[in-house]
Structures are given as structure tokens and as C-alpha cells.
Design a protein around this ligand. Structure first.
Ligand SMILES: Nc1ncnc2c1ncn2[C@@H]1O[C@H](COP(=O)(O)OP(=O)(O)OP(=O)(O)O)[C@@H](O)[C@H]1O
Length: 279
């Protein structure tokens, strides 16, 4: 267990009375290895509302991916609960589709179209004809119209990520879970993918839970940002970032929010170091 209790210091809340789509309440997630127990996130609370672009932001090792695994149903909390649409999450399901950082998420022996069709049909959620229609529609939305019949090895990293996003969206999940989906891309492609994700969101207003350790990416992508403290991750603050995007990233407010988050994360590190030396 952590030696210090770092409480949520700032919360910029959403409209009172709104019903959360995802409710994470006092969640602690641990890995049990033969030698030790690793507490990855500690008593974390947050709520995601329909249409949120909710970002989990924090330094490496603060448990962002672990929280996503918890929401995905791949790990169960040792305390607290995770509810989606009012029901506890116990296992993975088609209502929570994941997009990972790695480019190799697609089945290499299937075409791009078949990769998108596959989970829709195997989950039993859609009949084949409807699945094919949906796959084409979402591949068009991510600008892969000309690549229905291509195989994953014929795509660039950015195109593979677009196909993975189409695959996730085509399932019609309640929430899209994205774990640093653009982190392995070159800077220009990353920028383009961020823009495209925002355009897709403008069109479809889906709900996304997005993990990043980039402050700039968090402010651009997020409508709300949960700032987590270093390992084990605890909530440091929850901030609104609705009004920011690439077009206004040179404005003073954008820089002020980035600086504020930077100071929060930096202050945590100094606290942690001070505590470590004082022990
Ligand atoms: N399979 C595992 N077994 C044991 N410990 C693990 C395992 N996976 C992660 N951890 C530990 O849990 C903590 C949180 O890891 P996690 O990957 O969730 O952090 P993160 O914030 O996503 O980091 P990054 O930004 O580097 O991806 C870390 O201390 C990590 O070492």
C-alpha cells in the first residue's frame, strides 16, 4: 500500500444529475506475482458520460493501462467496483472494444475488410451481410476505402491503426477503449490520426476512454482529463479540456492548461522523491 494518501485536489465536474455510462468507484487493481503484490492503481474514482472523450493521463507505470484492463474486464479489482450502464463489469464483452498501441492487432491472414467483419460475426452481434455493410461504412470513415482487400502487411502503421479503430467502432460498443493508440506513430502521422479521431467523434459522438502519457495529446483529444499520480496511480485531478484542439493549441489557455497539468505531475514527483529520501 502507498505510504502517502494523495487526494483528488481539483475536480471540474460535469452537469449535476447526469447518469454515468461508466462508473469506476474506489478501484484498486493489483498484480500478484510469485514474489510480490504490485498495486498498479489505488482507490481510483471516475465517471465517464455518454459522448465523453475521457483521458487517463499520468507518468509511466501509474496504472493507466491497468485501469483500461479493469474496464475491459480483463482484470478484477481487489477493492471497489466498475459498472457499465449500471451493471458490474466481470469479463470482456463486445460493449467495450479495445484499440492498442501495437500495430499488429489485425489477423495477418485476413483482409482488412474481413478483419473488421470477423468480431461482429463471431460475437453473434451481427449477421454476415449486415457486418459487411457496417465494416465498409466504418472503413470508409477512416479513409481506407481503397484497402478493403489489402492484407495487414500491406498497410502502414497509421493505416493499421485506422483499421483497428474501424474494427472497434463497427462493433457499436458502448465505449471505445484506446491504449496509447498513436504512441508508436511518427509525429506527423500521430497529429493526423488525432485530427481524424476528433473528426470521427464530431460525426458520431461516440464515448472513448483514451490512455496517454502525453500532456499535449491529452489536452487535444480529451473533453475531460483524469490526472493520475505516479505509481501506484491515484487520482490527482479531473479537468475539463473540451474547448481545445489542434487549431487553438497556440492560444494562452491551451498553454496554461498544459502548464497546470505539468506542474501537477512534476509536483507529485518532487513529493515522492522527498518522501523517499525522508523514509
Ligand atoms: N503483468 C504484470 N505483472 C506485474 N506487474 C505489472 C504487470 N503489468 C503492469 N505491472 C505493473 O503495474 C504498474 C502499472 O503498470 P501499467 O502498465 O498499468 O502503467 P502505465 O501507466 O500504463 O504505464 P506506461 O505509460 O508505461 O504504459 C507498473 O508498476 C507495472 O510494473
Amino acid at each position: 500500500m502507498p505510504t502517502a494518501t494523495i487526494n483528488r485536489t481539483e475536480t471540474e465536474s460535469v452537469a449535476p444529475g447526469a447518469t454515468p455510462l461508466l462508473d469506476v468507484k474506489g478501484v484498486t487493481l493489483q498484480y500478484k506475482t510469485k514474489k510480490q503484490i504490485v498495486t498498479a492503481s489505488y482507490q481510483v474514482d471516475f465517471q465517464v458520460f455518454p459522448g465523453d472523450r475521457f483521458v487517463l493521463l499520468g507518468p509511466s507505470g501509474c496504472g493507466k493501462s491497468t485501469l483500461l484492463k479493469g474496464v475491459g474486464g480483463f482484470m478484477s479489482p481487489v477493492e471497489g467496483e466498475i459498472n457499465l450502464n449500471g451493471k458490474p463489469v466481470h469479463a470482456p464483452g463486445p460493449d467495450r472494444m479495445m484499440v492498442f498501441q501495437e500495430f499488429e492487432q489485425l489477423l495477418p491472414w485476413k483482409t482488412v475488410l474481413e478483419n473488421v467483419v470477423f468480431p461482429m460475426v463471431t460475437s453473434g452481434k451481427y449477421a454476415r451481410a449486415e457486418a459487411v455493410d457496417r465494416a465498409k461504412r466504418y472503413l470508409e470513415k477512416v479513409n481506407l476505402t481503397k484497402f478493403f482487400d489489402a492484407y495487414p502487411h500491406q498497410l502502414s502503421g497509421g493505416m493499421k491503426q485506422r483499421a483497428s479503430i474501424a474494427r472497434g467502432m463497427a462493433m457499436g460498443p458502448a465505449i471505445l477503449l484506446m491504449d496509447e493508440p498513436f504512441a508508436a506513430l511518427d509525429a506527423l502521422t500521430r497529429l493526423k490520426m488525432q485530427e481524424e479521431l476528433l473528426e470521427l467523434w464530431e460525426e458520431l459522438r461516440f464515448t472513448v476512454l483514451f490512455v496517454t502519457h502525453s500532456i499535449q495529446e491529452a489536452v487535444i483529444i480529451g473533453s475531460r482529463i483524469l490526472v493520475l499520480s505516479p505509481h501506484p496511480g491515484q487520482v490527482r485531478a479531473e479537468l475539463n479540456a473540451q474547448q481545445f484542439n489542434h487549431a487553438n493549441q497556440d492560444c494562452a489557455e491551451f498553454h496554461a492548461l498544459q502548464q497546470r497539468i505539468h506542474d501537477m505531475l512534476f509536483a507529485e514527483r518532487i513529493d515522492a522523491m522527498g518522501q523517499h529520501h525522508g523514509e
